[in-house]
Design a protein around this ligand. Structure first.
Ligand code: FAD
Ligand code: NAD
Length: 533
């Protein structure tokens, strides 16, 4: 998940260091020897761990994650309703109050605010992510970046640049030589913006382009960094924008068709963070409105949603990445991750062209009591939904020279396996075997079973095993839940010391157990990839 920090890395709600420890506080009195308050019986660390594993809803949000604004955070500042932000993530610590060894008062110092500095001074060594995992409410919403004073001159510099001079990017936190730069030129009927990325392995998956309300936004991903063009264009252009990537030289060309064939005096006005090059995780998520164009049944509770991207949007979903969908549900903005799939498992099957745009296919399970999915189910054809840029930490390089790929999927945890299967079976020449273990409750829950069975027949490198946790009496396949014996029985390398990767995706306990069993079976960390948010 991203750290919602402003460019330049400043946190938004820092508690001044001098405010902690407060004069006369337990911490100041007992420097280096933290005072603990006596806890009530039944409030030990073990009791807390037991409570977090009980499945009880500790956030009050039924497991959903939300984006929290500063105003919202500030409202939760009471002992019976206390949220705290640590490193950009917001936790509802109300249920933890009575278990906190430092007492309620210490926790309340950061109530409704950013407790990062406070936390770092007292507990830096504590694995709070794990301790408070079940209390996670979501992340802080991005705040507009206020440019520092000295950048006013940089801005006028920038304005000049947009008149046609080659600008230098605002290099934030990286070496100047690595930062991309851009230029533009025009003909009678077009304007071309050229970004020089200085990379030798550029590809179109790394370029995300949007044009909306005369604003051109182009983001280019370079390793852990993101370069942004964000300009209010000075003249109108047509919706069909072309993007060309010269992979070897790292040049990205954005070709805009002028609406009126008149010469442009300048490209436009720079908008927030224009021409900046910052850590990818520090860049806020960008959403565009996509239209639902079809909704088809996959199983009794899962549907394939087809969304049409705006004509002027260019992005591709890299293998193993997910997007965030955003909807307003009962007046609140809710965001949930979903992993786009290909429209079919047939590797030779070309994506159908959706009118004249790009489609995104999402396989989504509708939970009757699920806040977001049930709302999605109510969307009508023609309705719009916000879709973010793709995110995720899976790299194609992890599978490019692979010999054996083992896939462990449970329920909709099958979704990241779809593009991955298509990719390896088509593009990875070294591949010898792909084995999928697919865990579901019942036969009716198996997603794309027909297609999987067809693929087994079509490609002899591919094998699949279906394991049911709630099978009917008639089921004569494998039964049960993930276990060491099931894994060792099926996941056999094609040859000793073959290069192998095991990908896991499903409910969190499934993924955690899978990782543990595989480590016990002798697979190393680099041979296991878990898909998570
Ligand atoms: P919530 O309101 O969060 O839950 C309400 C109730 O629904 C729960 O009490 C429970 O009864 C039921 N419920 C919700 N989630 C579960 C669950 N996991 N297991 C059992 N019962 C549950 N989902 C997809 O369908 N397709 C995807 O492609 C997909 N991709 C994902 C990618 C990532 C990286 C992650 C982290 C999750 C992904 N999910 C996917 C899950 C998705 O983000 C939501 O968690 C899911 O749609 C439930 O959200 P909800 O708001 O409908 O349910
Ligand atoms: P489900 O409840 O239908 O369960 C499917 C199977 O998972 C079960 O038959 C069982 O074998 C196994 N399972 C379930 N709970 C388990 C547990 N506690 N311990 C061990 N095994 C367990 O699954 P679903 O409703 O389809 O949920 C799929 C999950 O996958 C969701 O939690 C979703 O968030 C997650 N998901 C994650 C990603 C990602 O990229 N991280 C993508 C898609 C889905």
């Amino acid at each position: 998940m991203r750290r919602p920090e402003a460019a330049g890395g400043r946190r938004m709600l820092n508690v001044p260091a001098s405010a902690f420890p407060a004069p006369g506080s337990q911490q100041r009195a007992a420097r280096g020897r933290r005072t603990k308050v006596p806890l009530k019986p039944g409030r030990s660390l073990m009791d807390w761990i037991r409570l977090t594993k009980s499945g009880k809803d500790l956030t009050g949000l039924k497991g959903r994650l939300i984006e929290v604004t500063e105003e919202e955070l500030a409202k939760h500042n009471k002992t019976d309703d206390c949220w705290i932000c640590i490193r950009g993530l917001v936790y509802n610590v109300t249920p933890y109050m009575e278990y906190h060894p430092g007492g309620e008062d210490e926790l309340m110092k950061a109530a409704g605010a950013d407790g990062t500095d406070l936390f770092d001074q007292v507990h830096r060594w504590v694995n709070y992510e794990s301790m408070l995992k079940e209390c996670l409410v979501g992340r802080m919403a991005l705040k507009p970046i206020v440019l520092p004073k000295e950048s006013t001159s940089a801005l006028s510099e920038e304005k000049k640049c947009l008149n046609g001079m080659l600008p230098e990017s605002k290099i934030l936190g990286t070496s100047k030589t690595l930062a991309p730069s851009y230029d533009w030129f025009q003909t009678d009927c077009s304007v071309t913006v050229v970004v020089y990325t200085k990379q030798k392995d550029m590809n179109s998956e790394l370029v995300i382009l949007d044009y909306e309300d005369s604003r051109l936004r182009g983001e280019i991903i370079i390793s852990d960094y993101s370069y942004l063009l964000n300009i209010e264009l000075s003249n109108a252009v047509q919706e069909d924008i072309a993007v060309h990537v010269a992979e070897k030289v790292g040049k990205v060309e954005i070709v805009l068709k002028k609406k009126d064939n008149i010469p442009w005096k300048k490209l436009g006005q720079p908008l927030e963070s224009h021409n900046s090059f910052i850590k990818h995780t520090d860049r806020g998520l960008y959403y565009r409105k996509c239209k639902l164009i079809s909704k088809t049944e996959v199983t009794h509770d899962t549907k394939l949603f087809c969304l049409l991207l705006p004509q002027s949007t260019h992005f591709q979903i890299p293998v193993g990445q997910h997007v965030y969908l955003k909807q307003i549900v009962t007046g609140k903005e809710i965001v949930k991750p979903y992993t786009p799939v290909s429209c079919s498992l047939q590797t030779h099957f070309k994506e159908p062209s959706c009118h004249d745009g790009t489609c995104l296919f999402l396989m989504i399970k509708i939970y009757p009591s699920g806040l977001f999915s049930s709302e999605l189910d109510h969307l009508q054809i023609g309705d719009y939904i916000y879709v973010s840029n793709p995110e995720g930490n899976f790299q194609k390089s992890q599978v490019q020279t692979l010999e054996d790929l083992f896939l462990l999927a449970a329920g909709t945890g099958f979704t990241p396996m779809v593009k991955l299967l298509n990719y390896v079976l088509t593009d990875v020449n070294s591949l010898r075997t792909v084995k999928l273990m697919f865990f579901n409750k019942t036969e009716d829950d198996i997603l794309w079973r027909d297609q999987l069975e067809q693929l087994i027949l079509q490609d002899k490198r591919f094998e699949a095993q279906f394991i049911l946790s709630e099978p009917s009496k008639e089921w004569n396949g494998k039964r049960g839940k993930i276990s060491s014996s099931l894994l060792s029985e099926f996941f056999k390398r094609s040859k000793q010391d073959s290069k192998v990767l095991i990908c896991i995706c499903g409910p969190a306990p499934f993924t955690e157990q899978g990782e543990r069993f595989l480590k016990d079976l002798g697979y190393c960390k680099e041979e296991i990839h878990s898909f998570t948010a």
